[in-house]
Design a binder for this molecule. Structure first.
Ligand code: SAH
Length: 499
C-alpha cells in the first residue's frame, strides 16, 4: 500500500477501493437510510441525546439514572415530581431518576448537588447534570467510565473544560406557536411535540443564541410562520447554526417545511444586516414527517454554503450535513491525544475509520506515510477531499461507504495497516469492522468514543482477540450533559508495541 500515493495510484496492483467513489451503486445507504443514520449520529447530538421526535432516544434507555436532583429542590424522593425554582418538574430518565423504577442514588455525589442554572432544566432534557456542580459532573463521568472500562486498565483522570459554558458550535432551534399563539423558538419537550422556548441556552454558542432571537423578531414582518407538521401548514421548521471557533465564520441553515420561502432575498438581507458575522445562509427543505432536522434539498442563499474552521493547525471546510465535533476547545485536546497514542513516525499506513470530514486523518497525515479515510456520509466525504486540497495534503484518500464493509474488503485483499483510528457513532462499531480489524492486525488501534457502553463492548471483543488496552483517557466534550467521550489506545499483543 505504501507504493500508492494520492488518487489515482501510480504503481502496484489496483486495490479494491480505488474507484469505489466512482461506482454507481456504492456501499452507501439509500437516501432514506442515510438520512436516518445521519440524524442519529449527527443531529441527535444537537442536544446530546435530546431527540426532535416524540420517541425516547437510545442514550436515555441505556442510562440507568445515577444522578439526583439538587436536594434543596426535591420535595420527596419517591414522588414522581419535584420543583425547580418553584416550578413543578416531572421526573424523567437522564439526570433524574425515573421514579417509576427503583431509585438508585449515588450518595457519593451528594456533596456536589447544586441549584440548576437554567430555568428549563428538567423540562428541556438537553442537559441532564445541572443539578451537580461542574466538579461533580466530572466526578460522575469519571465514575461512569471507570465502571465500564476499569476492567481493561487504569482510567486516567477526565480532562474537563476551564470555561464549561457556551461551548456548542452547532445549535439547532425548532419553531412553533405557544398556547397563546405567540411564535417561539426552542427545543421539543422530551417525548412530546411541545416546543420549550429557549432564549439564552447555557451550552450554546452565544452568537447562535442571538441569531435565533433575531429570526424570531423578523418573522412577523416577513409573514413567516412556523411550520406545523400535523397539518403541513406554515413555513419555518428549524434553524441550524454552526460557528467556526477559530475563524469566527457563521453558517445559518433555514429549514422550511415547504419549498416556498417568503421574501427569501429580503429576509436574508435583513438577517445578515443584523448579524454581519454570518458568512453563509443555506435554505434546506424538509417536508417529511420525520424526526430528522435536515431534508435532502439544499440551496445556498448567501455566501459559500459552508464554513471553515481550524483544528490543530489544519483548516476544515464544514457543510450543513457533515459531522463536526461540537466542542472545538476539547476536540483539539482530544486529537492531540489521538496523535500521541498513534505515535506516528512518518512511514505508517493509517486508516481513519468513520472519518467525517477527515479531521483525524488529515491531522495524522502530516506524520504518516499514507492515510485512507472511510465515511458513510457523502457530503462529509466531499468535505474531506476538499479539506485535503485546502491544506495541500497529498498522502490521503477518502472513500464513501460503510466502514465495516470497507474493512472486510481490506482484509480480503490482505492490505497492510499499521495504525487504525476509529471514531464510530454512539452505536459503536460492528462485527464486520471488528473481525476485519483483528484479521488485518494493525499494531495500534486508537478508538475515540462518545458511547462508553458500546466502547466497552467493542474493546471487550478486541481484547479477546489479541489486543491489549494501554491507555484510557476520558474527556468532557459535553459539560452539563450526561455524555462522556473517551479515547483508548490498544496495541496488538506480541507486536512489540509499548506505550
Ligand atoms: N472522526 C470524525 C467523525 C466522527 S463521528 C470527527 O472526529 O469529526 C462518526 C462518523 O461516522 C460520522 O461522520 C458518521 O457519518 C459516520 N458513520 C456512521 N456510521 C458509519 C458507517 N457504518 N460507516 C462509516 N461511517 C459511518
Amino acid at each position: 500500500m505504501s507504493s500508492r500515493k494520492g488518487n489515482p495510484p501510480n504503481t502496484g496492483k489496483t486495490p479494491f477501493y480505488e474507484g469505489l467513489n466512482k461506482k454507481k451503486k456504492n456501499r452507501g445507504p439509500s437516501a432514506d437510510t442515510f438520512e436516518s443514520d445521519y440524524y442519529e449520529d449527527d443531529f441527535q447530538d444537537a442536544y446530546e441525546g435530546k431527540s426532535t421526535s416524540k420517541k425516547p432516544v437510545e442514550a436515555r434507555k441505556a442510562y440507568q439514572g445515577k444522578g439526583k436532583p439538587a436536594s434543596s429542590t426535591v420535595k420527596t424522593e419517591n414522588k414522581p415530581s419535584h420543583t425547580v425554582r418553584g416550578k413543578k418538574v416531572v421526573e424523567r430518565s437522564g439526570g433524574f431518576e425515573r421514579m417509576d423504577q427503583k431509585p438508585r442514588y449515588d450518595r457519593s455525589l451528594d456533596a456536589y448537588r447544586s441549584e440548576p442554572k437554567c430555568g428549563v432544566f428538567g423540562a428541556c432534557g438537553g442537559c441532564q447534570l445541572q443539578h451537580l456542580t461542574y466538579e461533580g459532573q466530572l466526578k460522575y463521568k469519571q465514575k461512569k467510565i471507570e465502571q465500564l472500562m476499569g476492567a481493561f486498565g487504569k482510567v486516567s483522570p477526565i480532562i474537563g473544560m476551564e470555561n464549561p459554558e457556551h461551548y456548542r458550535n452547532k445549535v439547532h432551534a425548532t419553531f412553533s406557536y405557544d398556547k397563546r399563539g405567540k411564535i417561539v423558538a426552542g427545543i421539543y419537550e422530551e417525548d412530546s411535540h411541545r416546543v420549550i422556548p429557549i432564549t439564552n441556552c447555557l451550552i450554546q454558542d452565544k452568537r447562535a443564541n442571538g441569531i435565533i432571537q433575531t429570526i424570531l423578531g423578523l418573522m412577523p414582518s416577513f409573514k413567516m410562520t412556523p411550520y406545523d407538521e400535523d397539518y403541513d401548514t406554515g413555513f419555518l421548521r428549524h434553524v441550524l447554526i454552526r460557528t467556526g471557533h477559530v475563524t469566527g465564520e457563521v453558517m445559518v441553515v433555514i429549514v422550511g417545511g415547504n419549498p416556498i420561502m417568503p421574501s427569501k432575498n429580503n429576509f436574508v438581507k435583513a438577517l445578515v444586516k443584523a448579524h454581519p458575522e454570518i458568512s453563509t445562509v443555506v435554505f434546506n427543505v424538509n417536508n417529511r414527517r420525520t424526526s430528522m432536522v435536515l431534508g435532502a434539498y439544499e440551496k445556498v442563499l448567501y455566501g459559500k454554503g459552508y464554513i471553515e474552521d481550524v483544528l490543530c493547525g489544519t483548516t476544515f471546510r464544514i457543510s450543513p450535513k457533515s459531522f463536526y465535533q461540537i466542542n472545538s476547545v476539547q476536540t483539539e485536546k482530544l486529537y492531540d491525544k489521538a496523535m500521541e497514542y498513534a505515535a506516528l513516525t512518518g512511514t505508517e499506513n493509517v486508516l481513519d475509520a468513520y472519518c467525517g470530514i477527515g479531521t483525524i486523518g488529515l491531522i495524522a497525515s502530516k506524520k504518516a506515510g499514507e492515510v485512507i479515510g472511510v465515511e458513510l456520509n457523502k457530503d462529509a466525504v466531499k468535505d474531506a477531499v476538499a479539506n485535503a486540497k485546502l491544506n495541500s495534503i497529498a498522502n490521503t484518500q477518502f472513500y464513501q461507504g460503510d466502514a465495516g464493509d470497507f474493512m472486510l474488503e481490506m482484509a480480503a485483499e490482505n492490505e497492510t495497516l499499521d495504525v487504525v483510528f476509529m471514531d464510530p457513532p454512539r452505536s459503536g462499531s460492528d462485527d464486520n469492522f471488528l473481525s476485519a480489524l483483528v484479521k488485518l492486525g494493525p499494531k495500534r488501534v486508537v478508538y475515540v468514543s462518545c458511547g462508553p457502553e458500546t466502547l466497552a463492548r467493542d474493546v471487550r471483543y478486541l481484547t479477546l482477540n489479541g489486543y491489549s488496552v494501554k491507555a484510557i483517557q476520558p474527556y468532557d466534550m459535553f459539560p452539563w450533559t450526561e455524555h462522556v467521550e473517551a479515547i483508548i489506545l490498544m496495541t496488538r499483543s506480541g507486536s512489540g508495541e509499548k506505550k
